[in-house]
Design a protein around this ligand. Structure first.
Ligand SMILES: [Zn+2]
Length: 350
């Protein structure tokens, strides 16, 4: 009887240990924090990597890339990830600073991992702007390898490895386009993880995303701004992103500092300033949402820069303290992370 009791105790302890080891976890990493198409001080272009799993696999069973700006593959390499390990790429919108690194990602998959599964690419369906041009994720992905086809590289490298698709990297993309609306919809899932999307305003076809997992949730706002494109308005932030972020643990959002506004004389055209969310308004929105973390990314201007592309930074360069203070001025009482490349937040925190 005593032996049986001991055996049961050992089994219960083993079960408890297994349960502890398998605790779910989520890691959100900024793969690039440059705001806009200019290049500054080696920053990679906009992107966020979300990894989910449990302690036994270092939160690394599902790997999702949100936007893929310049240098994304380089930042992934610093995390010891190769493009073929991504399960899906999501685009908030098709500005070059959010997609510049995508050709590199898919070309590397085509080159080194021609036998891997197709890459899910999730983005809005074609969206017609008021000025009649069309933002087309379908065209973008369909033609992503055209320059390499035209240069002859695809044909040349195919002679070295016949398993590489003759059609180039576009052949390994599985496009999952959705019609973005003001109501969140699930656009991708893997087991207990879901990704939802909602329409948001910046340029035509812009969408924001939310990842929900048993370890927590994260919203990736992208460059979203308010539907009302200039003051007077209650906020520069997006009402749809705010709805999406209700109860989320982490908000990752592009941020512009208020001093780049028309009043301070940066020279930035008002419409370009107004289509972003200000740091202060993001602080207010994050507080209303109940978020624990606000990750500021795509910083305009970058930390330490005296210029943002062709425009000046009034009063000189900004520090991390300036950005943190601006978010706190908005009333945010949680943790502000002023984004630098490869900064991460883990849930649960260690
Ligand atoms: Zn941008």
């Amino acid at each position: 009887m005593r032996r049986l009791t001991q055996l049961i105790c050992i089994m219960l302890l083993a079960l408890a240990a297994t349960t502890t080891i398998a605790a779910p976890c989520l890691i959100v990493t900024l793969t690039g924090t440059q705001g806009g198409p200019s290049a500054y001080n080696g920053l990679a272009g906009s992107g966020t990597l979300v990894r989910y799993g449990d302690d036994s696999n270092h939160c690394n069973a599902v790997r999702l890339q949100f936007d893929a700006g310049r240098g994304t593959s380089m930042r992934l390499s610093q995390l010891e990830l190769i493009p073929a390990q991504l399960h899906a790429v999501f685009f908030t919108h098709l500005h070059s600073d959010h997609v510049d690194g995508f050709a590199d990602l898919v070309q590397m998959r085509w080159h080194f991992n021609p036998g891997s599964n197709k890459l899910d690419v999730v983005c809005s369906t074609d969206a017609k702007a008021a000025s009649a041009h069309v933002m087309s994720c379908r065209n973008f992905t369909t033609h992503i390898g055209d320059a390499y086809l035209q240069s002859g590289e695809i044909a040349q490298r195919q002679t070295e490895d016949k398993t590489r698709a003759a059609a180039g990297p576009a052949a390994s993309i599985n496009l999952l386009a959705f019609a973005a609306t003001d109501t969140a919809q699930v656009v991708w899932r893997s087991g207990e993880l879901t990704v939802s999307a909602i329409r948001s305003t910046h340029i035509a076809g812009h969408a924001s995303y939310r990842v929900d997992t048993p370890a927590g949730s994260v919203v990736i706002g992208g460059d979203a701004g308010n539907d009302t494109d200039a003051p007077p308005r209650l906020s520069s932030t997006s009402a749809q992103v705010e709805a999406l972020a209700a109860g989320a643990d982490i908000i990752v959002h592009s941020a512009i500092h208020p001093l780049m506004g028309p009043a301070a004389g940066s020279g930035m055209p008002a419409p370009i300033f107004y289509r972003q969310s200000t740091v202060t308004d993001l602080g207010s929105m994050a507080q209303r949402s109940g978020a624990k973390y606000l990750l500021l990314t795509h910083l305009i201007p970058p930390l330490g820069a005296t210029r943002q592309g062709g425009w000046s930074v009034p009063g000189g360069s900004l520090t991390e303290t300036h950005y943190r203070q601006a978010a706190q001025d908005g009333g945010f009482g949680g943790t502000v992370v002023v984004g630098t490349d490869l900064v991460s937040v883990r849930l649960p925190a260690k």
